[in-house]
Design a protein around this ligand. Sequence first.
Ligand SMILES: C[S@@+](CC[C@H](N)C(=O)[O-])C[C@H]1O[C@@H](n2cnc3c(N)ncnc32)[C@H](O)[C@@H]1O
Length: 383
Amino acid sequence: MTGSTPLLARLATIAEAAARIASERHRSPLAGDVARLSTLFTEARGQRRPTYMQDPALRRAYLGFFVPHNVARIALLLARAVDEGLLSPSLPPRVLDVGAGPLSGTLACWAVWGRLGPSRAVDLARSALDDGAALLAAVGADVARLDLVDRSLTAPPASWLPDGDVDVVVAANVLNEVGDPREPAPRLRLVHMLVQRLTPTTGRLLVVEPAMRVEARALMAVRDAVVDEALASVLSPCRGARACPLLATRGDWCHGDVEWTTRPPSYRALEAATGLRKDTLSASHLLLAAPTTPAPATGLRVIGGVMRDPRGVERRYACGRGLVTLTGTPRLPPRAVHAGRGEVVDDTVSRGPPPAPRGPGGRSAGAGPGRPSPRRPRAGRGR
Ligand SMILES: C[S@@+](CC[C@H](N)C(=O)[O-])C[C@H]1O[C@@H](n2cnc3c(N)ncnc32)[C@H](O)[C@@H]1O
């Protein structure tokens, strides 16, 4: 499903419609606002106000540039989960999109399934929700059964959680805006509350965070707490590790990459004007289900870039019950060493011992789990 034509076509339609609506929404130059917002998400994130989505210029910059990117990231994670047998392809899902902004999670579900069941989106910023509803309508989705709720996720749950069960909950790029990343308790409470609202057995909660060190490591800490307290079953990215091995080293973080080759010309023009390349979709994520749902315990998730030593031997970090190194030998299928970061490969392939803990000199430069592959530099920011 990941590379399916209808999915890729819907993603392109969303990007084109988002650019059109964004250009109608405000008169200042779009590229300048996108660059300003990008800075507020990265090096100047300390200056970002909680109400940034209520600023008309920033909100429409988000709609025109970040929504297409986030929709593609979320949709391709959902599609990969379908490919891995972790999510039903035959829903149409009842979606709960929390910290929805302009409905990126809802749009991603529409892109994957082509239809939506009765759905709800919750955000602090009513105007962002309205932008998303306009975008959903513009791409031809049925918005009649979509319920928009402008509430804080920290308000009493009865004021924003739907009454019935939900098939897919999406919490994308919002956990890092709920409290301090060093303090996992509020995020854990939110995750637990959302898991309890899932349809038994088939319901899924997808949490997506930027593939950046602080945000991704905060998510990994939530993951370990979820496992320790048996609050949910972790279906992805993990393949049976009791504790996240990357949390043991300070400089690593877990994320996957997918090439985004089908960006429409209007989106590429905005990339060129801002200098922000989005040809690689990078994200950190967790796919959770009710605690009784069996979690995958076989296979290895590729989590590092390809490392090649001076003799041409290729190695790759992967995670199963713990961290292992896949080593290129004549017996190792090339697919395993050259798989995309984030893909699952067979765990019967030849593998080496676990990597040694990072010493003062670090691992092979540029190829550890949180590092870009030296053969394919990561483009832009993880955001
Ligand atoms: C980076 S945007 C993500 C939007 C969308 N999920 C996406 O991935 O494109 C974060 C959103 O979370 C919302 N948000 C932040 N804190 C919130 C809270 N306490 N309750 C509800 N929404 C919140 C913001 O208003 C903003 O729209």
